[in-house]
Design a protein around this ligand. Structure first.
Ligand code: FAD
Length: 318
């Protein structure tokens, strides 16, 4: 019996989501009085994970897995889970993780709880708390299968150091032909991505036109934030589609979400509810976004944002 966590590495390097799933796996392993095993694929330095409690890391180094393919990665994780006799498997809820976890659950005939936000509240029956209804509610879910797969919602558990003297072993997995091949990947470099950002600065139709995004980008640069937008803004071609957040766009689970000139339609809120602190700037005090906000500024973005940038710059300089 063991708890198996999949810690994903991008170009060999771990990001915060990997440290969070390992921290979570360590907690569950302690609850179950069992050991933690961490699976990685093409990790450059798996020993980074020892700090978060990874006693044993199993790394698969294979050039055919250089880019993500759900079938191949699921096969690897399934083989490691079987080898390690894992009865709980934890995967993050990145786009890749959302493909991977259900496939692994099917391979292992396991129950799958997506969007889990806490360590199990009970071990027998195995009960986890999950986000439901586009993050507007929680459900307590019992997984009754012998093997359980958990999808851990980003930024829900936190990162905890728990240093151990870990070991890393290599594993020769059998990689099936996935039937899919990435020809090339164009990465946006030098910019914080929405998925990795601690802070997201987002703007909507209230900004009137693409020529006014300079102040949004400047605010994002001061805060080392990612830029995002509402759906109409990307539909109008004011911003790239990759920046559209919401129910039909990217989900955001940042620590801080700043919404400028966005009304707060239900479809927009559905994608950003998981963000911890929401700050809204809007001229209309009746804008629905204020009901979902932690802090609200009723005011004209064209006056408020330049002043905010100035204050933040002064604060940083001091
Ligand atoms: C099936 C479906 C799926 C959808 N999915 C999404 C989705 O994923 N994401 C999404 O965002 N939308 C989505 N939408 C669209 C959604 O319903 C809203 O129409 C959209 O979010 C509104 O965008 P907005 O807030 O930028 O624009 P508006 O609704 O036009 O709001 C602009 C806001 O800016 C404020 N404002 C104006 N001037 C200023 C100023 N100078 N300073 C400050 N504030 C100002 C206004 O008071 C207003 O509140 C979806 C709709 C449907 C039907």
């Amino acid at each position: 019996m063991s708890v198996l966590v999949y810690a994903s590495a991008t170009d060999g390097t771990f990001k915060k989501a990997a440290f969070e799933v390992v921290s979570y796996g360590k907690k569950v392993a302690t609850q179950l009085s069992t050991n933690l095993v961490v699976a990685t694929i093409n990790a450059t330095d798996a020993s980074e994970l020892y700090k978060y409690g990874a006693e044993k890391v199993v790394n698969v180094a294979n050039a055919t897995l250089a880019t993500f393919n759900a079938k191949g990665y699921a096969a690897v994780l399934t083989q490691i889970a079987t080898k390690e006799n894992a009865n709980v498997i934890v995967v993050d809820t990145s786009i890749d993780g959302l493909y991977l976890a259900p496939l692994v659950a099917v391979n292992l005939e396991a129950g799958y709880a997506s969007n889990t936000v806490e360590a199990p509240s009970n071990i027998a029956p195995f009960t986890v708390k999950r986000k439901a209804f586009s993050n507007k509610a929680f459900s307590n879910t019992v997984i009754s299968t012998e093997i359980k797969v958990i999808g851990l919602a980003k930024n829900s558990f936190g990162i905890y150091e728990n240093p151990v003297a870990g070991t890393t072993e290599n594993f020769d997995a059998e990689i099936p032909n996935s039937g899919v091949k990435s020809e090339n990947i164009e990465r946006i470099t030098g910019k914080v991505t929405i998925a990795d950002a601690d802070v997201v600065v987002s703007a909507g139709r209230g900004l009137k036109g693409p020529e006014n995004w300079g102040m949004v980008e400047e605010l994002a640069a001061v805060l080392n934030a990612a830029t995002a937008c509402s759906k109409p803004v990307s539909d109008l071609g004011w911003r790239p589609h990759g920046e559209h957040v919401g129910q039909t766009g990217k989900p955001v689970a940042s620590n801080l979400y700043i919404a400028i000139g966005i009304s707060g339609a239900i479809q927009h809120l559905a994608g950003i509810n998981a963000s911890k602190v929401k700050v809204v700037v809007n001229t209309d005090p009746e804008a629905p976004f204020f009901k979902a906000a932690d802090y609200g500024v009723v005011g004209d973005a064209f006056e408020v944002i330049p002043q905010l940038i100035e204050k933040l710059k002064a604060f940083k300089a001091a």
